[in-house]
Design a protein around this ligand. Structure first.
Ligand SMILES: [Zn+2]
Length: 343
């Protein structure tokens, strides 16, 4: 008997040849799960609409002004925002930065990163496969809490998210921001989406074809302002949405004026982005004023060891906090959900 117990203990110590109830021998099923499905607190009555304006250099706001961007300026005038937030440290490209927005993790290859370092649609890939371990997201946390989610994007590479987490509805309209926004508005009216993500790629597409901050690019930003305004109008005109919805608008990266590029992560024009929160319960203030724990970075590019600015990667745990949920398991940015939208 003692020998048998000793053998079992030894087997466990050396990595387990003892069969388990689930999964192949020697595997810890907790780590095989693609994401943590344990509910973290309970959903309140709120909803979050997250809008990412791909490639929005905040200098476009200053250049165009409130007369040409009435809705984006309304977000800042009524909500809590900054035009001096930051992208991820490592890269200023779309898919890696959006993966950070929804997971709250940095990009890189460290244990706590998400590992999505590519920027194209790669069939069959998952974020968990990229990371080599379980990765949760705002989508999986809301699902674990019993809420429904949606993802609307103008780029097919966002299918990565639908392969990685349970998203109740994923709609891709490649390069068709107008149709996508119309479908998005209809969806949030017809369904109770606790977290709905809208990615609009127009500014980035025009930046790549005509150059950042040129006239075609600025025209695209004006068009995006109208689309954001249409989502705001849908929320304002629908009682239950107006009473429950918080909108977060940010970007994955900016872009370098006079070029068709945003890939250099060391350039301020690429790493500086807007971040604004608007809607029910949101106080009007600068986000850095409301959040002294976060440090306005000036024109700098803070690294991991520096005092942290507000980043696009803070979105995940801002959204979960707004919804009354705990932080995304394994998240690194804003893990104590300190970023606030009210006094
Ligand atoms: Zn781009």
């Amino acid at each position: 008997m003692a020998a048998l117990v000793l053998a079992l203990v030894l087997a466990l110590l050396v990595g387990g040849t003892v069969p388990r109830a689930e999964g192949p021998p020697g595997h810890d099923t907790r780590h095989d799960a693609p994401y943590d499905a344990t509910p973290v607190a309970a959903l309140n009555q709120k909803r979050v609409v997250a809008i990412s304006l791909d490639g929005l250099n905040p200098d476009a706001l200053a250049k165009l002004g409130p007369a040409r961007l009435p809705h984006l300026f309304q977000l800042f005038r009524q909500g809590a925002g900054t035009t001096n937030a930051r992208t991820q440290v490592e890269m200023t490209v779309t898919l890696p930065n959006h993966t950070s927005m929804v997971t709250g993790r940095p990009i890189g290859v460290a244990d706590d990163a998400h590992g999505v370092t590519w920027n194209s649609e790669r069939a069959g890939t998952t974020v968990q496969g990229a990371a080599g371990h379980s990765v949760s997201s705002v989508f999986s946390v809301v699902r674990a809490g019993g809420g429904r989610t949606a993802l609307f994007s103008t780029k097919s590479k966002f299918r990565l998210f639908a392969r990685s987490w349970p998203i109740d509805r994923t709609i891709i309209r490649e390069g068709d921001d107008t149709t996508l926004t119309r479908l998005f508005r209809a969806d949030i009216v017809a369904n109770t989406r606790r977290f709905a993500f809208l990615h609009l790629g127009l500014a980035d597409v025009v930046g790549h074809s005509s150059g950042w901050m040129g006239s075609a690019y600025l025209k695209a930003v004006v068009r995006l302002d109208a689309l954001v305004g249409s989502v705001m109008a849908t929320i304002r005109d629908t009682d239950r949405l107006r009473r429950s919805t918080v909108v977060i608008v940010t970007s994955d990266h900016g872009g370098t004026p006079g070029t068709k590029s945003h890939e250099d992560p060391a350039r301020v024009e690429n790493y500086r982005i807007p971040f604004v929160v608007w809607g029910v319960g949101v106080d009007h203030a600068g986000l850095y004023t409301l959040n002294p724990d976060f440090r306005g970075p000036g024109t700098r590019r803070p690294g991991f060891a520096d005092p942290q600015p507000i980043r696009n990667g803070d979105l995940a745990n801002l959204a979960t906090r707004i919804l009354g949920l705990g932080p995304v398991p394994g998240s690194v940015w804003n893990p104590r959900q300190r970023l606030t939208w009210h006094r």
